[in-house]
Design a protein around this ligand. Structure first.
Ligand code: NAD
Length: 268
């Protein structure tokens, strides 16, 4: 037993593994990419933009952690681009489906194009990337699929019909894929964060202020963190650490499940 504890650091190394993280030029995706790079993985950053600063971000991350980091643009709202991302990466050992958007509106007024975009980016992209990544993982007999779902994959809130539907779908997809690859050295799990202060959450604050007719501080305290018993935002580093754990041998038998990082939200 002690022997295993002494080897804990070696257990956490992801050296020799290639990770694709969708939607990773910002927020949680960037935090997860950084944690995987810090653990020694080669990392592919992604978003739909193709700006010099996207590629500079990859170069900077790679230099900081001494691992290869590339930026590959691909629009996760388009199935063919999702699949092409995995191909252009040269396949991957670790796939983190993280890209996501949000829109807050009553269901009967919810714009159809927003519904379609949220379902495509937050749910269908994970189907396409997973389908593209699995043959390579099967050939190697090792793979890790980490889907960034949400507390909204397990519970609901009003005015977020598309997001809640998509995230519940991600949890369902996670369980199904886990069953299809069980016993093949591949695991598939979902991380369910509560509120993490990222650009996605920042963007929700004005909308929530309007919907609830409250000021910024009251929305943060009474609406957002009201359901998070710790009354603290989770951090991108904590989500990154959870992803590294799911990629470690400690999690070899952890599959088809959800891990909440939500300050107690879903315990209520
Ligand atoms: P964010 O806006 O900071 O990051 C979203 C990322 O997705 C960005 O890199 C963005 O460029 C990318 N993206 C958006 N549309 C894309 C597209 N069409 N193609 C490719 N990339 C695209 O938001 P975040 O808070 O870091 O969210 C990341 C994930 O975490 C999302 O799936 C979100 O639903 C989930 N999540 C966030 C929170 C939170 O509180 N922030 C809580 C639970 C779950």
């Amino acid at each position: 037993m002690l022997l295993h504890v002494q080897h804990l650091e070696a257990w956490m190394t992801l050296s020799g593994k290639r990770a694709v993280v969708t939607g990773s030029n910002s927020g949680i995706g960037l935090g997860v990419a950084e944690a995987l790079a810090a653990a020694g993985a080669e990392v592919i950053l992604n978003s739909f933009t193709d700006r010099p600063e996207d590629h500079a971000l990859a170069a900077e991350l790679g230099a900081r952690h001494g691992v290869p980091v590339r930026y590959i643009p691909a629009d996760m709202s388009k199935g063919a681009e999702c699949r092409a991302l995995v191909e252009k990466a040269g396949g991957c050992d670790i796939l983190v489906n993280n890209a996501g958007i949000q829109f807050v509106c009553a269901v009967e007024e919810f714009p159809v194009e927003k519904w379609d975009a949220i379902l495509a980016i937050n749910l269908s992209s994970a189907f396409h990337t997973t389908a593209a990544a699995l043959p390579g993982m099967r050939a190697k007999g090792w793979g890790r699929i980490v889907n960034v779902a949400s507390a909204h994959g397990l519970t609901a809130s009003p005015f977020k019909s598309a997001y809640v539907a998509a995230k519940h779908g991600v949890v369902g997809l996670t369980k199904t894929v886990a069953l299809e690859v069980a016993g093949q050295g591949i695991t598939c799990n979902a991380i369910c964060p509560g509120y993490v202060l990222t650009p996605l959450v920042e963007a929700q604050i004005p909308e929530q202020m309007k919907v609830h007719n409250m000021d910024r501080e009251t929305v943060i305290r009474e609406v957002m963190l009201q359901r998070q018993p710790s009354r603290q935002f989770a951090t991108v580093e904590q989500i990154g650490g959870t992803a590294v754990y799911l990629c470690s041998p400690a999690a070899d038998q952890v599959t088809g499940t959800t891990i909440s990082v939500d300050g107690g939200w879903t315990a209520l």
